[in-house]
Write a protein that binds this ligand. Structure first.
Ligand SMILES: Nc1nc2c(ncn2[C@@H]2O[C@H](COP(=O)(O)OP(=O)(O)OP(=O)(O)O)[C@@H](O)[C@H]2O)c(=O)[nH]1
Ligand SMILES: [Mg+2]
Length: 346
């Protein structure tokens, strides 16, 4: 079998485990994950370099899978939701294969149909991925569910997996490669994503907001990196967490700045791992009433668009980064002294 390559879109309802699958297949954390639905808000590319498996009885020459994780399919009720669905449709455009992923612990309902409706183009080759099988004891229970799905779409394969426990993934990769056309590698061997580090840092901060807050706050927040200066040993980042109301801002800052400090410290440690440098992270919180319904604001969150703007302004994706004068990060501000500002460094 020749070297194969192609674009593979991961599609499904919120919380089905799409981002968990992307990360598991790529082997790196590219997408943030949370138990809350609608975690992912834009499409995320991850490249899987599948080695030549000749000699292992499989007889293929390997290949390259460009996976595209997407926001959960839902009926949008805001500009943000509409933008998320545009991201889903754009990801589906021209892909070679779609992995329709479902959570086997949930019963089929009309919202599943809504996801399948997006595959209306009759020739889209699709696999049905039954995720979270680690939570099901009697596998026979899956059969009626498979029947139901098969009646609605002619899936080429049905693959049970656990993205979380990494079960069934080798078999899935083999099936995906076999379904792709012969073609060249689209990305060099050392590249696993097209996302800029600046955007991934914003997402890591947003993940900490999702994990540390509840009710409407996860949905009412977004993060914008205002400044990102990458040096050989230190990366300086200033970012703003936007929420919708003063009350939410109070919760995000927390008593004596404790919540912001917690979010900042956890995010900073992860960003340090990603960058391989020390990180000096300044976090701000701002209330921007109704931002989710502002088309202009939502469009500005799009990192592809941000990148275009910076290219126009500076001629490069990032303004030139001055080397830090000292390796030592600045002494942090006392969180309690700044109600909406916290410099996390401890
Ligand atoms: N038990 C179990 N949990 C899983 C599995 N895959 C994902 N999860 C959990 O399901 C939740 C949602 O996972 P995500 O990967 O964020 O789901 P998603 O489909 O990307 O969700 P959205 O971005 O909101 O559309 C998280 O709490 C995951 O840990 C699995 O195979 N088994
Ligand atoms: Mg996701």
């Amino acid at each position: 079998m020749p070297f194969r390559s192609g674009f593979v879109c991961i599609l499904g309802r919120p919380n089905a485990g799409k981002s968990t699958l992307l990360n598991a297949l790529v082997g790196e954390k590219l997408a943030i994950i949370s138990p809350k639905p609608q975690t992912t808000r834009n499409r995320i590319q991850g490249v899987v370099h599948v080695p030549n498996r000749k000699g292992k009885g499989k007889g293929n020459d390997g290949g390259q899978i460009v996976l595209v994780d997407t926001p959960g399919v839902h009926k949008p009720d805001s500009s943000l939701g509409r933008k998320m669905m545009v991201e889903v449709r754009e990801a589906l455009e021209g892909c070679d294969l779609v992995l329709v992923i479902m959570d086997v612990t949930r019963k089929f309902d009309p919202r599943d149909q809504f996801a399948l409706d997006l595959l209306r183009r009759p020739k889209t080759k699709a696999f049905l991925i039954l995720n979270k099988v680690d939570l099901i004891r009697e596998k026979a229970k899956l059969l009626p569910l498979i029947e139901q799905y098969r009646k609605l779409y002619p899936f080429a394969e049905v693959v049970p997996i656990s993205a979380l426990k990494r079960r069934g993934l080798d078999a899935l990769l083999d099936m995906v490669i076999a379904a792709l056309p012969a073609g060249p590698a689209y990305f060099p061997a050392d590249q696993i994503t097209d996302q800029p580090a600046r955007f991934m840092a914003a997402e890591i901060i947003r993940e900490q907001v999702l994990l540390n807050t509840s009710e409407e706050i996860p949905y009412a927040t977004t993060v914008i990196v205002d400044n990102f200066e990458e040096g050989a040993r230190l990366t300086r980042i200033a970012a703003t967490i936007y929420c919708e109301r003063e009350g939410q801002k109070g919760i995000l800052v927390g008593k004596g700045g404790q919540m912001l400090k917690k979010i900042g410290t956890s995010a900073r440690l992860q960003i340090e791992r990603m960058m391989g440098t020390k990180v000096f992270l300044e976090l701000y919180v701002k209330a921007e009433p109704g931002w989710r319904d502002s088309r202009r604001f939502v469009e500005e969150l799009d990192w592809r668009r941000q990148l275009e703007h910076r290219m126009l302004e500076h001629g490069t994706p990032e303004p030139r980064t001055p080397e830090p004068k000292s390796e030592e990060p600045r002494v942090p501000a006392d969180a309690s002294a700044a109600d909406d500002r916290n410099q996390t460094e401890d």
